[in-house]
Structure formats: structure tokens, C-alpha cells
Design a binder for this molecule. Structure first.
Ligand SMILES: [Mn+2]
Length: 373
């Protein structure tokens, strides 16, 4: 008994995000999210799903730019042709503010297959025997539960709750960050709870209540892991599958410079396992050998960055230097070095130290004729 109802659950797409931290790749990253959106549409169409749940932060802000809005409308129109419903819960980034895109009712008239939680907390779809429940956030902070206030609609066979909030884990979640208690998940009448807010895919199912964060379908912030998925579900069979749609990855590499003998060797390490979809953060540590004095981090970044989607190199090399002078050390070298060393000692913080340390190395590199990058 009961018709098969299939869905895709996604959240936190953050369309329109500016990606300022990606500098030169920012525009590309923003466009890439639109591409991911259409990738989701293609999967929905090829799998003939009935409905797509978007559990908050579809947009990066409440009033996204026109181009971003148009992309979404194009997406919804494509799904309209194949009779797929899209249901949106506003999130914390795109909450229901006065200037919210979701309040521009005329804009959504062309796409009647799109349903938005704005002035009601339930949608009943008779054709699917499905009720979907949700409370749209009107600010980005609340202490009220987003999954408990509903009354089960007996007309429907299937019940899905959409919520944008944080499952309460001791020491991890804030109590005013739209709290979702494990106990409330367990006691829910829902067959499926489609969560948003956290950017990694995560399973919080308890007993018969299936409850997942889909996470962002593509990487949004630098240090994200387990992003890049959507969930495909079947409410009749109670089967749920992760589908990878994201293409970007992030990793962090720590390179100890005390064993690096040349710029070429360093470059080889920096580039190890590089690929065009990888966002890599490299942290340089340890005491630099003399061969690398005068090393220009920005220049190194510039040389290596074409092998990555984005590359950031941070200099955290040890600042408390012991210098060996060459046997034939010149008086200028000695005066310069000792002067800078005492300046370093008087620096008030690590970042100031780094500046003087680089000046010291740069100077020594010039004085001793050590080749620069
Ligand atoms: Mn988000």
C-alpha cells in the first residue's frame, strides 16, 4: 500500500555567495554554485523524483542579486516541465526579513511548482499523500525548537519536517542556534526530518525517524569536510542514498622547512597530489635553511597556484633564530644580522617578528649572494 514518493534533500547551497576569500577565483566559485544547482536539477529529472526539499540557506543572503535569482527561476522552470515540486524553507542566511526575496510573491508566480514556508507551517500534497512541515526563521537566532510545534495531518500517509537548526550536542551547539533535541527527533511523528544549517552530511536518525543533514552540495568555506552531497530518498521503501555532486575539495598541508634544501624541492612538496579542483592551504613551519633565505611566499604561491583551484601559503616558520656566520663573514653582514636579531627580540608580537625575520633573511640572502626564487 501507498504510492512511492521519492525526493532529493539539499540545503545550504548559498547561491550568490561572494567568496571573497578566494580572491581571483571568487567570480568563478560563485558561478560554479549555479552550475551545481543545475546538476541537482538533472539528477532530480533523471531519477524522476516527486519533490526537492531545500532546508534553508538556498541563498547566501535574504536579498540576492538579480542574476542569482534568475538562475533559481530558470532551475525551477526546468523542474516545472517535468512536474517536480520544489519546497523551500528559509534559513539563517536567507531568513524571512522585510526585504526577503521570498516575500516578492509576484516573482514566484511563474513557478507554481515552488512552495515557500513564509505564512504557513504546512503544505499538504494530496497527489503524493504527503504533508511537509516547517517554521521559517525570521531572524538568525532563536531558542525555539523548529521540529516540535506541528500537529500531524491525518490526511497524509507520509510526513516530512524541514528544519534549519543545530542538533544539540554537548559542547558543540549553541542553545540559541535553533536547537534540535535528539529526544524530540526520537518522539517525532515524521518519517523523515530534512535538516539544514550544518554544511557536512550527517545522520541523526533515531529508531523509525530518519533524520539527516544533507550538508552543502558544494564546498562553501575553506576548511569543510564531508560537504558535496545531496540525499536521494524513497519514503515508501525508507531508503536513503548519498549522491556526490560537489567537485571541490579542501586539504591542509604542513611543510617543515628545516629539511627543505631548495626552492624546487619546496615547490615539489607544495604541488604533491595537486589537482584543478583542490583548495589547498599550506603552512610552512620549522627553521628555514639558509638556501631558502629570501624566499618570497607570494611569488611561490604565484608559481604553484595554477596547479590548484585555489592555493594559500602561510608562513609560520620558527622565529627564534640561531645564526652561524660563514668563516669569512663580512663586517656589514655581522652588523646587519646582529642589529636585526636584537630588533626581533624587541618585537611585541609574532606577526611583527615575522616581518623582521623576513627582513633579516632577505638581507642575508642579498649580502651572501644566495639565489632568490
Ligand atoms: Mn548555511
Amino acid at each position: 500500500m501507498g504510492k512511492e514518493v521519492t525526493f532529493i534533500h539539499t540545503s545550504d547551497i548559498h547561491l550568490g555567495r561572494s567568496f571573497k576569500y578566494l580572491l581571483g577565483s571568487a567570480k568563478d566559485a560563485k558561478d560554479h554554485l549555479n552550475y551545481i544547482l543545475f546538476k541537482i536539477a538533472d539528477i532530480a529529472i533523471s531519477r524522476r523524483v516527486d519533490i526537492i526539499f531545500i532546508s534553508g540557506d538556498l541563498f547566501d543572503k535574504s536579498d540576492p542579486d538579480l542574476n542569482t535569482v534568475n538562475k533559481f527561476i530558470e532551475f525551477a522552470e526546468k523542474l516545472k516541465e517535468t512536474n517536480i515540486k520544489v519546497i523551500i524553507l528559509p534559513g539563517t542566511h536567507d531568513f524571512l526579513s522585510d526585504n526577503s526575496i521570498y516575500k516578492k510573491v509576484d516573482l514566484f508566480k511563474l513557478i507554481p511548482n515552488v512552495y515557500i514556508f513564509r505564512d504557513q507551517d504546512e503544505f499538504f500534497f494530496e497527489d503524493l499523500s504527503l504533508s511537509v512541515y516547517g517554521i521559517p526563521p525570521i531572524s538568525n537566532k532563536t531558542s525555539a525548537s523548529p521540529i516540535t510545534p506541528f500537529k500531524k495531518d491525518d490526511r497524509a500517509l507520509y510526513h516530512v519536517i524541514m528544519a534549519h537548526g543545530s542538533v544539540q550536542i554537548e559542547g558543540k551547539s549553541a542553545k540559541d542556534d535553533t536547537p534540535i533535541e535528539i529526544e524530540d527527533i526520537k518522539n517525532s511523528f515524521a518519517d523523515y526530518i530534512a535538516l539544514g544549517h550544518w554544511h557536512q552530511i550527517q545522520d541523526f536518525s533515531v529508531q523509525n525517524v530518519h533524520c539527516f543533514y544533507s550538508g552543502s552540495p558544494e564546498l562553501i568555506d575553506l576548511d569543510q569536510i564531508k560537504s558535496g552531497f545531496i540525499i536521494y530518498g524513497n519514503l515508501k521503501n525508507k531508503t536513503f542514498e548519498n549522491i556526490k555532486v560537489g567537485e571541490r575539495e579542501f586539504d591542509e598541508l604542513i611543510i617543515d622547512l628545516s629539511s627543505i634544501e631548495s626552492v624546487d624541492m619546496l615547490l615539489t612538496k607544495v604541488r604533491k597530489n595537486s589537482n584543478a579542483n583542490l583548495i589547498r592551504k599550506v603552512i610552512l613551519t620549522g627553521q628555514k635553511r639558509e638556501e631558502l633565505f629570501g624566499l618570497d611566499i607570494l611569488e611561490l604561491e604565484d608559481v604553484a597556484k595554477s596547479y590548484f583551484y585555489f592555493l594559500k601559503i602561510e608562513d609560520k616558520t620558527y622565529s627564534d633564530y640561531k645564526f652561524d656566520y660563514p668563516e669569512d663573514v663580512s663586517l656589514v653582514d655581522k652588523i646587519y644580522t646582529e642589529n636585526l636579531l636584537s630588533q626581533i627580540e624587541n618585537c611585541k608580537d609574532e606577526s611583527e617578528k615575522l616581518i623582521y625575520k623576513n627582513a633579516l633573511e632577505e638581507g642575508i640572502a642579498l649580502l651572501r649572494g644566495i639565489r632568490k626564487l
